[in-house]
Design a protein around this ligand. Structure first.
Ligand code: TMP
Length: 206
């Protein structure tokens, strides 16, 4: 059986990434592709428990390296329990976030260093890199405006604009470093427009 493929969606908070990646998973399933949708942090029972600790707004005392290690731990568990079995069954795995989120948020925005964070993630993923990463590009200010309508904001959503600007800058650096594997889409368009563009691109490459 042909192996499956890991497709990752990345973007700043408020980029529409979750809505777009879910809609695309539904459309691909309806078109007959064997698809599973999953997300990080989380995506398996244990990984979702770790997500709860990381994003709990009460955990203001969390050290940045603890945070980086927890994301990597959650990713490892997600990979082993969810991603690898699906890939072995020939499925297309659509993951809302993966390693690049850690390189950007922990490595760049939290200033641990992209290379240091890459090291712990390389340990966690053992070479399971995405087949392709879809980056949804949005101005961080516009992204934050979109978050205002949400009822629940997690610990990271509550960060100030300066942090989200750093995240945007970090993505520019990481996207440039891994440009051969990343496709960038303008996420300031409406959700249906973005879905259409990304869907048409994905059916060509999977
Ligand atoms: P979400 O809003 O896409 O569900 O992600 C939750 C938050 O976690 C978001 O602000 C980005 C952040 N995050 C990291 O800081 N590092 C990571 O490795 C991942 C996967 C997410």
């Amino acid at each position: 059986m042909e192996k499956g493929k890991l497709i990752v969606f990345e973007g700043c908070d408020g980029s529409g990434k979750t809505t777009v990646s879910k809609e695309i998973s539904d459309r691909l399933s309806k078109a007959g592709y064997p698809v599973i949708y999953t997300r990080e942090p989380g995506g398996s029972e244990i990984a979702e428990e770790i997500r709860h600790i990381i994003l709990n707004p009460k955990n203001t005392a969390m050290d940045v390296r603890t945070e980086a290690l927890l994301y990597a731990a959650s990713r490892r568990q997600h990979l082993v329990e969810t991603i690898i079995p699906a890939i072995d069954q020939g499925k297309i795995v659509i993951s809302d976030r993966y390693v690049n989120s850690s390189l950007v948020y922990q490595g760049y925005a939290r200033k641990i260093g992209i290379e240091k964070v890459k090291t712990i993630n390389d340990f966690a993923i053992e070479g399971y890199y995405p087949y392709r990463t879809i980056y949804l590009d949005i101005d961080p200010q516009v992204g934050l405006e979109r978050l205002k309508d949400r009822k629940y904001l997690d610990r990271l959503d509550k960060e100030a604009l300066a942090f989200h600007q750093l995240v945007h800058e970090g993505y520019k650096i990481v996207n440039e470093t891994y440009k051969d594997n990343i496709e960038i889409f303008d996420a300031s368009k409406t959700i249906p427009e973005v879905v259409e563009k990304v869907y048409n691109y994905l059916v060509k490459i999977i």
